[in-house]
Design a protein around this ligand. Structure first.
Ligand SMILES: Cc1cc2nc3c(=O)[nH]c(=O)nc-3n(C[C@H](O)[C@H](O)[C@H](O)COP(=O)(O)OP(=O)(O)OC[C@H]3O[C@@H](n4cnc5c(N)ncnc54)[C@H](O)[C@@H]3O)c2cc1C
Length: 297
């Protein structure tokens, strides 16, 4: 039996209370606990005090502020659960990629309790939402006792299991700019239903009369820096949204990532998956962008 080492427990009664507790040495946020508790059982994490934020309803929301293309943004509280994102009609309408991804994150039990904030803060290289939020160019709102600071999700992860969140801070919200003419999609291969990715690709395309105005490409579990295929994004910008260009961008993405061989497969297989999944995600994102443009025309 795996048993965590001794740990104290505090239940935060407000965000301010949580921040005060987190300012003390060796205190750590407990959200859904689906990553932290297993790590504690394996003694890979040994916090002195768990600060339970599950009572903080003010961090559990998904709302749309403003209008698409006019500074509008989707705001997701850090304590929103995977299941909330999957159920959110607003999130799915503007970003079908969230529903694509949430359908393949773990299983319904994990999704009911695991949080969006916990997913990002865990900084697991195989976490699906890290690539998704990188692709949609989200911003993380980090709250401390002196107020909020905003960090692009593309700069949020320092490396595996490490983020820019400091002592006395917590992730409060994730903001996603809502643009017009945009489509998005997520494609994942796992060994079985509910499993972590062998590899996965997130694509967001903003099109203008068939030309790519902006591309976002995220990669999961294949060692892409900050979960992003930046060279492939650069290649696509201002090019026609064609099958040939998608295939070329996918080849570039596969060349520039750094998968490692493990029980999920050898390196060349993972590169092959990156190329295939990136092509599929770009194709579906482009189709959805065209559909979205048709609806607003
Ligand atoms: C069986 C199983 C299968 C899974 N499969 C997948 C999968 O296929 N794809 C996938 O992406 N994920 C998968 N997961 C991971 C799951 O999505 C994450 O564990 C979960 O969402 C993390 O959120 P949590 O709320 O449980 O975080 P916790 O475990 O509570 O916390 C994780 C880390 O983040 C920190 N933290 C949490 N919230 C905050 C905050 N607001 N501010 C600062 N720090 C914070 C904690 O201190 C801790 O270090 C799986 C998990 C399990 C148990």
């Amino acid at each position: 039996m795996q048993v965590p080492s001794h740990v104290e427990y505090e239940r935060a009664t407000s965000v301010e209370h949580a921040l005060t507790l987190l300012g003390r040495p060796d205190h750590r946020v407990l959200a859904g606990g689906h990553s932290l508790i297993p790590m504690m059982k394996l003694r890979l994490a040994q916090p002195g005090v768990l600060v339970d934020i599950n009572g903080l309803a003010e961090l559990a929301y998904i709302t749309l502020d403003g209008a698409a293309g006019r500074g509008g943004q989707l705001r997701i509280g850090a304590l929103a659960r995977h299941a909330d994102l999957l159920d959110s009609e607003t999130a799915g309408r503007h970003f079908p990629i969230f529903h694509d991804a949430e359908r393949v994150v773990a299983d319904p039990i994990v999704r009911l309790w695991g949080t969006i904030g916990g997913s990002l803060c865990q900084a697991d290289p195989s976490e699906d939402l890290s690539a998704v939020f990188a692709a949609v160019r989200a911003t993380a709102v980090i709250r401390g006792q002196d107020g909020d600071r905003e960090v692009p999700v593309r700069e949020f992860h320092r490396g595996p299991y490490e983020t820019v969140i400091g002592p006395g801070e917590l992730l409060a919200e994730i903001r996603v700019p809502v643009t017009t003419g945009t489509g998005s999609a997520y494609e994942k291969v796992a060994r079985r239903v509910g499993d972590w990715s062998v590899a996965a690709a997130a694509a967001v395309l903003q099109l203008d009369h068939g030309t790519v105005k902006q591309a976002g490409i995220g990669l999961t579990a294949v060692g892409a820096e900050h979960f992003v295929a930046a060279e492939a994004e650069d290649f696509l910008r201002d090019r026609p949204a064609t099958e040939e260009n998608f295939a070329q961008a996918a080849t570039i993405a596969a060349e520039h990532c750094h998968p490692v061989a493990d029980q999920r497969g050898p390196e060349d297989y993972k590169r092959h998956l990156v190329a295939e999944l990136t092509t599929r995600a770009l194709r579906r994102a482009a189709g959805r962008a065209s559909q979205a443009a048709g609806k607003t025309a």
